[in-house]
Design a protein around this ligand. Structure first.
Ligand code: FBP
Length: 347
């Protein structure tokens, strides 16, 4: 019964990320990332105000920069007695800075899993940032086949690149590594350059960057670097459906940062390397995203006169079916239900 609930509801998640993308579109290039994020959140809440589930946010966003957001513990859905519980992870916009500058690589993204009671289906890690490594199915299979030590967080990056090269039948110099451009990631940048591998830096939006190695034609073989933890959890859900994997360890700037964020976790838990299966145990999880501006994962919203075209991806860990959904919205008829005034609005 719970599995059916996930199937029945999956298109509501797409509707939510589509509406978030369409509502935030008017903020592209306007230098106001908070308003873009607020518009996306309002639209996501608005969709679920009409959906018969009891959804609770387990992985929210916004905490790191006080941006508007949908946060841990927030409720989505109508919450009627007897309707199914869902654990929800979301980033209404990954790449808010990109939107505000009119740059590529922003998506609206959600993941969800049916839960017997709220909480516990997705790992809620308390740190703002994590050290992450993500790779595609061929590399994940090679790790299993050769029984190699797969803790790549502690291993040197050149060794990792060498293994990835062997798994993909490439030379290390041909491996393409994507990194979020931040001063804290400079060591990784230097290491990639030192082995002569190909570096691709991105300004923001590391969900698409970490999912890219699991997409057959992205041209990216490995994602590495320190980026947002919630983004890592969302990535893990997608990789479970795509057959790739992520390795993730919480990362703290210094001892004070670690003390402030540890949320009662033991040293062992803080140091643990989590894989996709540890982050989202079991196979009941769905992941969906809609492109806002172009990214390796999805084209952005395209406007043609009074028509908006959106591109979304929907996948489920259980079936590993990956659906690409191109939706044509007639803006003379399309309305978006918003939480803020509980009314339907034209775009
Ligand atoms: P938001 O758009 O949700 O703010 O996230 C953008 C992002 O680039 C994430 O993709 C990444 O994980 C995180 O920010 C990195 O954080 P910071 O910008 O603080 O380095």
């Amino acid at each position: 019964m719970f599995q059916d609930a996930e199937r029945n509801i999956e298109f509501e998640f797409i509707r939510a990320t589509e509406n978030a993308a369409l509502s935030s579109m008017r903020w592209i290039g306007r230098g106001d990332k908070e308003s873009a994020d607020a518009a996306a959140c309002d639209a996501i809440y608005g969709v679920f105000d009409l959906v018969d589930i009891r959804g609770e946010v387990q992985i929210g966003e916004g905490i790191k920069d006080n941006a508007p957001g949908i946060f841990l513990g927030d409720k989505l859905g109508m919450w009627r007695d007897g309707s199914p519980y869902f654990d929800i992870a979301l980033d209404p916009i990954d790449g808010t800075t990109n939107i505000s500058k009119g740059m590529d690589n922003s998506i609206s993204v959600m993941a969800a899993a049916v839960a017997p009671t709220p909480g516990g289906v997705m790992k809620n890690l308390p740190s703002y940032y994590s050290h992450k490594l993500a790779y595609g199915p061929a590399v994940a299979k090679a790790i299993k086949k050769f029984h190699v030590s797969s803790n790549w967080i502690d291993q040197s990056l050149p060794e990792t690149i060498e293994f990835v090269a062997r798994a993909l039948g490439k030379r290390p110099g041909e491996v393409v590594v994507q990194i979020l451009e931040r001063p804290r990631n400079q060591t990784f940048v230097d290491q990639v350059r030192a082995v002569g591998a190909n570096l691709r830096m991105i300004a923001d939006g590391d969900i698409t960057a970490a999912v890219a190695p699991s997409l057959p034609d992205s041209g990216v073989d490995l994602y590495v670097g320190i980026g947002g933890t919630p983004e890592g959890i969302l990535t893990a859900t997608a990789l479970k459906a795509l057959g790739g994997d992520i390795q993730l360890r919480m990362w703290f700037k210094d001892a004070d940062d670690r003390a402030a964020q540890r949320s009662g976790m033991s040293d062992e838990e803080l140091m643990r390397v989590y894989y996709a299966d540890d982050i989202v145990p079991g196979d009941s999880a769905l992941f969906c995203a809609t492109g806002i501006t172009n990214s390796p994962l999805l084209p952005g919203v395209k406007m043609i006169g009074k028509t908006a075209i959106t591109h979304s991806i929907l996948m489920r860990a259980r079936s590993q079916t990956v659906r690409y959904i191109r939706a044509v919205h007639n803006l003379e008829h399309k309305t978006v239900h918003l939480r803020s005034d509980q009314a339907d609005h034209s775009l």
